[in-house]
Design a protein around this ligand. Structure first.
Ligand code: UT7
Length: 326
C-alpha cells in the first residue's frame, strides 16, 4: 500500500476567508479540521496516483515492470477521455499492459479491488496495481453558493498492489457490490457530459450554469449512507460466518466523521475497531479507503491475521464492502 497527499494544507479558517462558513460549523457537522488541495497546475489526479503507486510498488518489493495490470478509480480524471490508467502505464514506464478505469466515485476503490481480486483468483494476472486518486479542488464552487459541498472534499491518492498468495487463509475473503441508479442525480456532476450537446453549451456560454459544479443532496445522501454502510458490512460478515466483534479494523470510506460514528454505534464497534482520518484529509472519494488503510498499516493498526473490513458508499448511488484476512 502507499498514499500521497499534496503538501498544501487548507484549514477550515482558510475556507472561511473564501465563503461564509466557520471552523465550528465544519467540525461539528463533518469532523473535518483540514484538507489538502493541490496548488493549481502543480499536480493532477494521474500524477498523485503515480506517486502513491510508486510507494506501493516499492513496499511490495517489486519493480514497475512486475505489474501486469492497472486499475484506476476516480471521479476526477485529468481528461474527459482517456481515463488516467494509461497515464500511469506511461509514467511508470511499464510495458503495454492493460489499464482499466473504474467510475464508481466513493465506492471506486472497493469496486476496483473486487475486479483485481477476481483476476488474481482466475490466474489471469499476478500483480495488479489498484489506484484511487482524486483532484477535487479544481472543480469545486469556492463561493458561499457551493459551501454545502466544497468544505468536505480534499485531494489525494492511495494505491495497493494486489498479489497472488499460496496461503489459502490470507487475502481477500469476499467483496460485495451494489448500486441504485434511481438516485443518480442526488450526488452528481451533470455539466460536462454527452447528455448535453457541446455546441449548445458553447452557444449558451452561461456563467450561471451551475451544472459544472458537483451537486449533492447532503441530507438525503447522509440518510442513505448510514443505512447502506451497516447493511453491506453485515453482508460481508454473514457470508464469511463472522460477527461485528470479529472485525479487527473497519476502514470506512471517509465521507463524514458523523457517518463513521453512526456506523460504529449501530454495529456496536469499539473505538479501536474503526479507523478515521477524515479530520486531516477531508473526503477524498475514491482515494479515501486506500489512504486510510495505508495510514492504519503505518500506524501499526493492522497485523497479520487481522480481519479488515473496507466499506464505501457514494454517488450512483453505489456501495460496496471487502473483507480481508491480512
Ligand atoms: O462521499 C460520499 C457521499 N457524501 C456524503 O456521504 C456526505 C453526506 N452528507 C453530509 O455529510 C452532510 O449532509 C453535509 C456535511 C454535507 C451537510 O450537513 P447537514 O447537516 O446535512 O447540513 P444542511 O445541508 O442540512 O445545511 C444546514 C444549514 C443550512 O442553513 P439553513 O438553511 O438551516 O439556514 C445550510 O445553508 O447549514 C448551512 N450550511 C453551511 N453553513 C456554514 C451548509 N453548508 C455550510 C457551510 N458552512 N459549509
Amino acid at each position: 500500500m502507499g498514499f500521497y497527499v499534496p503538501e498544501n494544507v487548507v484549514t477550515n479558517d482558510d475556507l472561511s476567508k473564501l465563503m461564509d462558513t466557520s471552523d465550528e460549523w465544519i467540525r461539528e457537522r463533518t469532523g473535518i479540521e483540514q484538507r489538502r488541495w493541490v496548488i493549481p497546475g502543480e499536480d493532477s489526479t494521474s500524477g498523485m496516483g503515480v506517486k502513491a503507486a510508486r510507494i506501493a510498488i516499492e513496499k511490495a518489493g517489486l519493480k514497475p515492470n512486475d505489474i501486469d495490470f492497472i486499475i484506476f478509480a476516480t471521479l476526477s480524471p485529468d481528461y474527459y477521455f482517456p481515463g488516467p490508467g494509461v497515464q500511469v502505464q506511461e509514467a511508470l514506464g511499464i510495458d503495454t499492459i492493460g489499464a482499466l478505469d473504474v467510475r464508481n466515485q466513493c465506492s471506486g476503490f472497493v469496486y476496483a479491488l473486487s475486479v483485481a481480486d477476481q483476476y488474481i483468483k482466475t490466474g489471469m494476472y499476478n500483480n495488479i496495481l489498484v489506484i484511487g486518486s482524486e483532484l477535487h479542488s479544481g472543480g469545486l464552487d469556492k463561493t458561499t453558493r457551493g459551501r454545502g459541498v466544497t468544505v468536505i472534499f480534499g485531494d489525494g491518492a492511495g494505491a495497493a498492489v494486489v498479489t497472488a498468495s499460496d496461503d489459502p487463509n490470507r487475502g481477500i475473503l469476499s467483496t460485495h457490490l451494489h448500486s441504485e441508479g434511481k438516485n443518480a442525480k442526488e450526488l452528481a456532476l451533470i455539466g460536462p457530459a454527452t447528455s448535453r450537446w457541446v455546441d449548445q453549451i458553447m452557444a449558451e456560454h452561461d456563467e450561471k450554469d451551475l451544472s459544472y459544479y458537483p451537486y449533492m443532496n447532503g441530507n438525503f445522501v447522509f440518510k442513505n449512507a448510514v443505512t447502506r454502510f451497516p447493511e453491506v458490512i453485515m453482508e460481508a460478515l454473514n457470508q464469511n460466518r463472522l460477527k461485528p466483534e470479529d472485525i479487527s479494523l473497519l476502514v470506512p470510506h471517509q465521507a463524514n466523521l458523523r457517518i463513521s460514528q453512526f456506523i460504529q454505534k449501530t454495529m456496536k464497534l469499539r473505538d479501536d475497531q474503526v479507523y478515521n482520518n477524515i479530520m486531516k484529509y477531508g473526503n477524498t472519494t475514491a482515494a479515501s479507503v486506500p489512504i486510510a488503510l495505508t495510514e492504519a498499516l503505518e500506524n501499526g493498526r493492522v497485523k497479520e491475521g487481522d480481519i479488515v473490513c473496507l466499506a464505501a458508499f457514494g454517488s450512483g448511488f453505489t456501495w460496496a464492502s471487502a473483507l480481508i484476512r491480512w
